[in-house]
Structure formats: structure tokens, C-alpha cells
Write a protein that binds this ligand. Structure first.
Ligand SMILES: Nc1ncnc2c1ncn2[C@@H]1O[C@H](COP(=O)(O)OP(=O)(O)OP(=O)(O)O)[C@@H](O)[C@H]1O
Length: 739
């Protein structure tokens, strides 16, 4: 039976589309007009020397940009103008039906909203609200209202396919469909199905830091991207997109998320990795050791227990930060000892003690070399002021002396001689003073040579005496070990935090790289020093950080608990996400068994109710290309598109790709620099699969099993939780997979 509102809804959609067409038509006309205007103004430029034409071009170019943005925005949502409707009444106002979509649209005549943007304050009611009385926020002010009903629409290619009313008791069918039908090799936007607990994180206080511990597949990455979109929508007046930065684990990952931001109307934000960002910001290109080398070594030697004094760990600690700070203080003291009084001729222009006080106290809030720049200005100003005074008084004194000689000396010969002496003396002295005034500041500042950060850091890690002075917390033995490791000049990922810290404290971060808002995915892979250095260099704590300790496979160099992060960001809100939207109940049951073995004591993950195929174990003693080929074909026949074959180590992944290709299987190794291609069987080591997801996953382990060790449990857990619909384990025994 047809829903009683069916006809109304169809008409409403038609009206919306018709209105959008009109606007689109108008914006196309605007676009053309602007283009035409630019063209004729350009033509005029050639023979009329008129700044009017130039101005005309500028105005029209801006207008052109506006019309184009509007046109593109409209075209993008034309196929699906809205996805939900709320029947809502703000207290004291009329009831209204608000249609929620990806952008807003207003009726130009009545000013009534035709579509409300999902990021607008009132749309929060849809995500947050259960039916009934409720409170929502507009610019930190609370407003009350009553929510009568929520309705979801299924619109495709501009046609209304279905709609239904939702409340707490009905299952969120839209979500179920979105999860079951998802078959994209890349991440997508989820505006129509954002869940309440996710919405709370997306909209959490924007000027405050937030740290989220979220289960695998709970939507952390997705939420970060939606929060960026929400941030720019809400705070666009105060922040430019270029001032926002998202730090992702690898280039591969940046490609994986690449489609979402444009879909959410965001462009121009800085998307990078920690290593790239740091090297850009400090203007030093380093030949870094492969950041995964250490990890791969640990994985391949599963039994290897980390030594008590492990260099990567040490370099990520706050003790290492303190050592760098001691170095900065030491450098500061050396510079401070160089301040002397500034003289021009015999006149003291400024006292050294005063300059030193400026350097050590008044300007202490600035990076060291920035302070010197300020001091240079202070000296320059003082030189200018004092020289003028000195010159004036000298001129007066010479005038007076000459006057006295002219009037007082009777003997003409003597008089001439004395007057000439004064005049000569004056004429020699004054230009000299003027010249000195011009050059004194630069000459004085020469004593403060600029520090070369890379060389300074090399000195710290190789100079025994210096290290003794800085590494107060280390034993002599530890210091020796440290020096030994650094004999050869090799740059590791772990050195970046220290270099960035030194650069920030001594030179300061250039505006271009001084991001004001930071979003970090996979934050469990960061060391506390990495975070501390960033926070210091950027002079902001507006960080959104999401991660999962259960996936902390880099724990040999990263944080292993959240307490230090929360101590570093005392204003941060802490939130957790326990539901997984990615995996089926059957797959999550297997992953939870591995999670339960971990030392972290993390709660089990709750899958969103979605059943699928039971994970399958296939016994196979050795690598057998035929088995994999058959499996790959079966999975493809079931209609799955993105399929990954995951191995524990990168070495295995490489080997097996070659073997598979030799058997004419379309397989490709996925590494940091490759791009995700869904027409091939993607072969990938666990640590690189982190953050990604696939329709179906085959985990294979033959010679190198997963052992019941901290790191292996995490690797296996990461691999298991990559699968959306199907999971296969291929190996000699179930125990190989800790089952
Ligand atoms: N509310 C939602 N509606 C629809 N799909 C969702 C929702 N939340 C998450 N998903 C989907 O669940 C999957 C997992 O999301 P995402 O990759 O953001 O999770 P994650 O927490 O970052 O995972 P991991 O820690 O494993 O990297 C994605 O396919 C995402 O589109």
C-alpha cells in the first residue's frame, strides 16, 4: 500500500529539483556574463590605459568564482538533494518540516529554507535527537524544541525510491543498507547515516582538543573527515582551509581518503604525513631510513624482546624533549654572554645588560633567533634616536666653540688656526659618526651566528661531552650505547620530533607551516614527544586525535596508553567508540578473540547488527598458488570488488606476489607508493593494511606464523578487522592465527 504522504513527497522532490534547475540556469548565465565581461575588459586593456578595466577584471573574476562554486555545488547535489527530514518545532515558533542535505538552499523570495545543510545547528536535531522535547545548540547557546518525527529518504539519480520514518525502536535501515552495500575501494562520506555517538565527536567543542579511543571500524577516520567539514562550515569566518592539517600514516592512506573531503565540500586543507610535514616546516630534506624497517625487524624476529634502553622509545620520550630543551637553554646562555654595550665613538647607545635582559626575559616567549631579530630592531631604533641627539649636540658645541674663538681670540693668526681646527675636526667627526650609525647594528649582531639545526642535532647525538651534559637521566652505559648507534650518520623517523622541536624553539615555525588546527588519525602510532613538539611549534592545542591502542603496532616507539596524551592536552575531551560499522558479527567474533588476549584490557568491540558469511579456515601447509587462485575466483564470483591478501611481513608479501603472478593471477603488491586498484588481488603486509578496508580479506601464514606476543596479536587483529564482508585464513593450522 502506498504511504499517504507518497504523492506529497514526490511533488516536494520535483519542486526542489525544479527550483535547483532555475538557480543552476541563473548561475550558468552569471558565469557566462562574468566570462563575457572579463573578455571585453581584457580587450579594453590593450588600448585603453585604464585601471578601470583592470578593476573590472578583478571584480568579474571574483564573481565568476562565486558563480562557479555555486554551480558546482548544485550540480553535485542535484542527484540527491536531501536524505532526511525532521518535523520540528522550535519553542515559541511554528512547526516546520526541514529537509536535510549536503548543502543548504534558500528560496530567494520567501527566504525559507528549501534544504538545510547537515552541518547547520538545527540539523543536529536529526543526528542527536530522539523524538520529543529536546535541546540543541546554536553558537554555544541552548535552544529548546520538540521533535515530532524523523524521516529518511532513498533518492537515486534524482528519483524518490523509498522513504520511512525512524525512531529509536526501528532499526536504522538506511545504515544497514549503507553498510551491506558498501563496495568502494576508498572511503566515502556518511552524512546520511552518522550515528549519535559519532555525531557527538564530529560536533564536539571545536576550539578544544579531543582524543578518541575507537575500536577498529568504528568510523574514526570517517569522523575526522566529517569534523573537518563541520569545522570549516562553522568556523570558516576565523580559519582558512590552508590553516587546517590532517596527518595521515602514509601517502597510500592519503590516497585512500582522497575522495571524501571534496565530497564534503572541503578543499585546500593540508593533507600530509608527519615526516613530510616536519621536513617541509624545518626546510631540511633528510634521507630517512625506511620508517618500517624497525617494525619489520621486530616482526621478523618475533621473539626479539625490546631492550630496556631502546633507542626509538627513548627518542619518543619526554626525557628526550628535556634534553633538547637543555640544549636550547645552553645555546641561549652562550648567546646571552655575548651582549656588550653598544658604542658609537665614545658614546654609549645602549647597555649590554639591558639587551641581555630583553633577550632572556622580556622576549623569552619567542624563539631564540626571533628574539635576536627583535633586538636588532631595538638597537637600530636606539642608534637612530641617539645619533640624532649626539649629532645635534655636537653641532651645537662646535658652533659655540667656533663662536667663542671668533669673539675671544684677538690674534688673527691664532683665531684662524683655532677656528679651522674646530671646523676640520667637526667635518671629520660627523661623517664618521653617521657612517658608524649606519653600520654599527649589523656589525654588532655578527657575533650571534645562526644555528644550523641539522648540524646542532648531529653534535648532540655524537659529542660525548655534550651528551653527558644533556642526558642527565641516562647512565654512562646508556650514553655510550647511544653514541655507538650514532657513529654512522643515519636519519631515523624518530629523529624528526627532536629536529622539529629544536627548529621551533630556535628559529620558530614559518607562518606557512604554522597550522592552526590539527587532525591526527592513528594517533596511537605517535610518540608523546612527537605530539609535544607539534603542539609547541604550532602554539595551539586545537588537536583532534583518534586512534586505537589495540592496533598500536608501532608501540616500540609510540604511546602505549592515553594518560600521557591527556596530560599533554589538559583541556582535551576524551571519548570512546565501541561499535564497529565495518565488519560483520561473524568476523568481529574472531577478531574479538584476539583482542581478548591483549594486555591492554580493552573492551570487546560490538559489531553493528549485520550478519555475513562465517570466516573460513583453509588448511594448507605451504604456499599454494592454485588454492589462492581458486579462492580469489570464488570471492570475485560472490560479487566482491576489493580483495586483499594479507601477510605478516613485507618480505613474504613480495615473495608471494611474484609466485602468484607466475601462476597468471592478477596480483599486485600494495606498498606506500602504489595506488589502490580494485581489479587486482592486492597483496599487502599487515602494517600497511592498517586503516584500510576491503570487501574480502585472505590472511595467509605459512613459514611465519602469528605468535602469542604483544606485537603479533596486534598485527593479526589489524589484519582481521580489515574485512567488511568475508574473511579467509589460510595456513597449516588454526593455531597459526592464535585461534
Ligand atoms: N555511521 C556510519 N554510516 C555508514 N558507514 C559507516 C558509519 N560509520 C562508519 N562507517 C563505515 O565503517 C567503515 C569503517 O570506518 P573507518 O575506516 O572510518 O573506521 P576506523 O575507526 O578509522 O577504522 P580503523 O581503526 O580500523 O582504521 C567505513 O567503511 C565507514 O564508511
Amino acid at each position: 500500500m502506498q504511504h499517504p504522504d507518497y504523492q506529497d513527497e514526490v511533488q516536494r522532490l520535483e519542486r526542489t529539483k525544479a527550483y535547483m534547475h532555475d538557480i543552476l540556469f541563473a548561475s550558468e548565465r552569471d558565469l557566462q556574463a562574468a566570462q563575457e565581461n572579463i573578455r571585453s575588459a581584457m580587450a579594453n586593456l590593450e588600448y585603453i590605459d585604464s585601471s578601470d578595466s583592470f578593476l573590472n577584471i578583478l571584480t568579474n573574476a571574483r564573481f565568476f568564482e562565486m558563480a562557479r562554486t555555486q554551480k558546482e555545488g548544485l550540480e553535485a547535489v542535484m542527484q540527491k538533494p536531501y536524505f532526511a527530514r525532521i518535523h520540528f518545532q522550535r519553542t515559541g515558533e511554528q512547526e516546520e518540516f526541514l529537509y536535510i542535505g549536503k548543502t543548504s538552499l534558500f528560496d530567494k523570495e520567501t527566504n525559507e529554507p528549501i534544504i538545510v545543510d547537515w552541518r547547520s545547528p538545527v540539523a543536529n536535531v536529526y543526528y542527536d535527537g530522539r523524538l520529543g522535547d529536546m535541546i540543541y545548540q546554536v553558537r554555544e547557546e541552548e535552544h529548546a524544541g520538540h521533535l515530532f518525527a524523523k524521516r529518511q529518504y532513498k533518492i537515486e539519480q534524482g528519483e524518490l525510491l523509498d522513504f520511512r520514518d525512524v525512531d529509536l525502536t526501528t532499526n536504522d535501515e538506511l545504515l544497514q543498507e549503507a553498510l551491506a552495500g558498501k563496495a568502494d575501494v576508498r572511503l566515502t562520506e556518511i552524512v546520511s547515516t552518522i550515528q549519535k555517538e559519532q555525531n557527538e565527536i564530529i560536533r564536539a567543542h571545536l576550539r578544544q582538543p579531543i582524543l578518541v579511543q575507537g575500536a577498529a571500524g568504528s568510523g574514526k577516520t570517517t569522523i575526522v573527515l566529517h569534523r573537518i567539514s563541520y569545522f570549516l562550515y562553522t568556523m570558516g569566518e576565523y580559519f582558512k582551509p590552508e590553516q587546517l592539517m590532517i596527518l595521515a600514516p602514509s601517502q597510500l592512506f592519503i590516497e585512500y581518503i582522497g575522495d571524501v573531503l571534496p565530497e564534503l565540500g572541503v578543499d585546500k586543507i593540508c593533507q600530509t604525513t608527519y615526516a613530510d610535514y616536519v621536513q617541509n616546516a624545518i626546510g631540511i630534506k633528510l634521507k630517512l631510513q625506511n620508517p618500517n624497517e624497525q617494525l619489520e625487524y621486530i616482526i621478523e624476529n618475533s621473539s626479539a624482546v625490546l631492550p630496556a634502553f631502546s633507542i626509538p622509545q627513548v627518542k619518543g620520550s619526554l626525557i628526550y624533549r628535556d634534553m633538547m630543551e637543555r640544549y636550547v637553554k645552553r645555546h641561549e646562555e652562550q648567546l646571552a654572554s655575548l651582549f656588550e654595550d653598544v658604542f658609537i665613538e665614545k658614546y654609549r647607545i645602549i647597555r649590554g645588560a639591558h639587551l641581555q635582559k630583553l633577550f632572556l626575559q622580556e622576549f623569552a616567549y619567542m624563539p631564540v633567533e626571533k628574539r635576536l631579530e627583535r633586538i636588532k630592531l631595538v638597537i637600530q631604533t636606539e642608534v637612530k634616536r641617539k645619533t640624532t641627539a649626539v649629532l645635534n649636540s655636537l653641532n651645537v658645541r662646535y658652533e659655540e666653540a667656533i663662536g667663542r674663538a671668533l669673539n675671544g681670540i684677538r690674534n688673527a693668526e691664532n683665531r684662524r688656526r683655532i677656528v679651522t681646527k674646530y671646523i676640520d675636526e667637526r667635518d671629520a667627526r660627523i661623517p664618521k659618526i653617521k657612517l658608524q650609525a649606519k653600520t654599527i647594528t649589523s656589525a654588532y649582531m655578527k657575533r650571534f651566528s645562526k644555528l644550523k639545526i641539522k648540524a646542532a642535532y648531529r653534535d648532540i647525538v655524537t659529542n660525548r661531552l655534550l651528551l653527558q651534559e644533556l642526558a642527565l637521566e641516562w647512565t654512562l652505559q646508556e650514553q655510550e650505547l647511544f653514541l655507538e648507534v650514532h657513529k654512522k650518520e643515519r636519519w631515523a623517523f624518530e629523529d624528526l620530533a627532536a629536529l622539529y622541536y629544536l627548529h621551533a624553539r630556535i628559529k620558530g615555525i614559518e607562518d606557512k607551516w604554522k597550522m592552526r588546527v590539527v587532525f591526527i588519525d592513528e594517533v596511537q602510532d605517535y610518540s608523546i614527544f612527537q605530539l609535544a613538539a607539534l603542539k609547541l611549534g604550532l602554539e595551539t592545542d586545537m588537536f583532534t586525535m583518534v586512534g586505537d591502542l589495540a592496533q598500536g603496532i608501532h608501540s616500540y616507539r609510540s604511546v602505549t596508553e592515553w594518560t600521557p596524551v591527556l596530560e599533554l592536552f589538559p583541556r582535551a575531551t576524551y571519548a570512546t567508540l565501541q561499535k564497529s560499522y565495518r565488519t560483520t558479527i561473524e568476523i568481529m567474533e574472531v577478531a574479538n578473540k584476539v583482542l581478548a588476549k591483549m594486555d591492554e584490557d580493552l573492551p570487546l568491540v560490538e559489531p553493528v547488527v549485520r550478519h555475513g558469511k562465517e570466516p573460513t579456515f583453509i588448511e594448507s601447509k605451504n604456499f599454494d598458488a592454485a588454492t589462492i587462485a581458486k579462492l580469489y575466483e570464488t570471492i570475485q564470483t560472490a560479487g566482491h570488488r576489493s580483495i586483499a591478501l594479507i601477510y605478516k611481513t613485507a618480505k613474504e608479501a613480495k615473495e608471494f606476489v611474484a609466485l602468484l603472478q607466475a601462476h597468471a593471477i592478477n596480483a599486485a603488491e600494495l606498498n606506500e607508493n602504489s595506488s589502490i586498484d580494485q581489479t587486482t588481488l592486492l597483496v599487502i603486509p599487515c602494517h600497511l593494511a592498517k586503516g584500510l578496508e576491503f570487501d574480502a580479506v585472505i590472511i595467509a601464514a605459512f613459514d611465519i606464523a602469528f605468535y602469542d606476543h604483544a606485537i603479533d596479536r596486534k598485527l593479526l587483529y589489524v589484519a582481521l578487522t580489515r574485512a567488511m564482508h568475508e574473511l579467509y585464513l589460510v595456513g597449516p593450522a588454526k593455531e597459526t592465527f592464535l585461534l
